[in-house]
Design a binder for this molecule. Structure first.
Ligand code: DGY
Length: 320
């Protein structure tokens, strides 16, 4: 008998076909709408495998309902949406999709850095709204990227990939991380510094660390007050790492120059969120890994993780 699985969002056909070779599938058929909690609570009771996205909160009460559940496969590298400790306690495997989205997310991070510092979105609106009457010396001027100093919080795969891009722009690269990576420093020509030095001396600061209880509000009012007034903050990791209220104040008061944000504490962010009222914010709807190829690779990797777990193998990307 095939093991039963539940998929919390409509997936591309080839992925569903692959899963159906081994499993009996039920799937939430909508692409742009998350599965309602009550449906997930019902479905989880009947399955051995759950294929989910970062939009689902896989907490202890839900895991407790999954009495047959063996594995939760998250189609994301981040897994802060899952109570991993509760899953481990119940002997449920949790998997993620690292590696396949590294370069795409680093591309987007650098793109956001460039868009924010050179005011691309604002400039495009300026033109479309008919405000462009003439060329003028200081019109829509931004911050230079070439040769500037980049500070990276969190030197994982994506942080390293970002550092490589920055080197192409002759940037000086600082990083701060839980642990030093001396070999990587040598290969990439980057420097480990303490948190304060990174904040004080960087022209661009990119947040690329995982969201955990320790990194919640890692960048708050105190950190923002150390940054240069010309600095640009970019967050493509998770919303809760940067205190949004403190960020709003810093941007509004001109304590920092701009922010590029792909992730929010609450997603989707409400359109009346104060940060969205500021011209020096470039805001995106969590699209770091959103290239066609990468999303297909993530979807397939999450499927393979799930199948390995259900077939009695140790999944390649087991996090617990
Ligand atoms: C992840 O994988 O954690 C990203 O946030 C979405 O690709």
């Amino acid at each position: 008998m095939k093991p039963k699985i539940y998929i919390t969002r409509k997936l591309p056909d080839p992925i569903v076909t692959r899963l159906a070779e081994v499993c009996e599938i039920k799937m939430w058929e909508k692409e742009e709408e998350p599965v309602p909690r009550e449906i997930l609570e019902k479905e989880i009771q009947d399955v051995e495998g759950l294929y989910c996205l970062l939009t689902e909160r896989i907490d202890k009460p839900l895991l407790n309902m999954g009495t047959k559940l063996k594995i939760v496969s998250n189609m994301a590298v981040g897994y802060n949406n899952i109570d991993v400790a509760a899953a481990t306690e119940k002997g449920i495997m949790v998997t993620n999709t690292p590696g396949v989205l590294t370069e795409t997310t680093a591309d987007l991070t650098f793109a956001l850095l460039m868009a924010t510092s050179r005011r691309l979105v604002e400039a495009s609106h300026y033109l479309r709204e008919g405000k462009w009457k003439t060329w003028s010396p200081m019109q829509l001027t931004g911050q230079d990227i070439y040769g500037a100093t980049l500070g990276i919080f969190g030197l994982g795969r994506i942080g390293e990939a970002l550092a490589k891009r920055a080197k192409g722009f002759d940037m000086k690269v600082y990083y701060h991380n839980r642990s030093r990576k001396v070999e990587v420093e040598e290969v990439l020509g980057i420097k480990y510094v303490d948190k304060e030095k990174l904040l004080r001396e960087s022209d661009f600061i990119c947040v690329l660390m995982p969201f955990t209880p320790e990194t919640k509000n890692y960048i708050g009012a105190a950190e923002l007050s150390l940054m240069k007034q010309s600095a640009v903050l970019v967050n493509t990791a998770r919303g809760g790492i940067v205190d949004e209220e403190a960020l709003y104040d810093a941007l509004k008061n001109g304590d920092i120059w701009g922010a590029g944000i792909d992730v929010f504490e609450e997603e989707p962010v409400k359109t009346n969120h104060p940060l969205l009222s500021l011209p020096n914010v470039v805001a995106l709807p969590h699209i770091g890994s959103a290239s066609v190829n990468t999303r297909l690779k993530m979807a397939l990797l999450a499927a393979e993780n799930l199948l390995q777990g259900l077939q009695g193998e140790t999944p390649k990307h087991l996090v617990n």
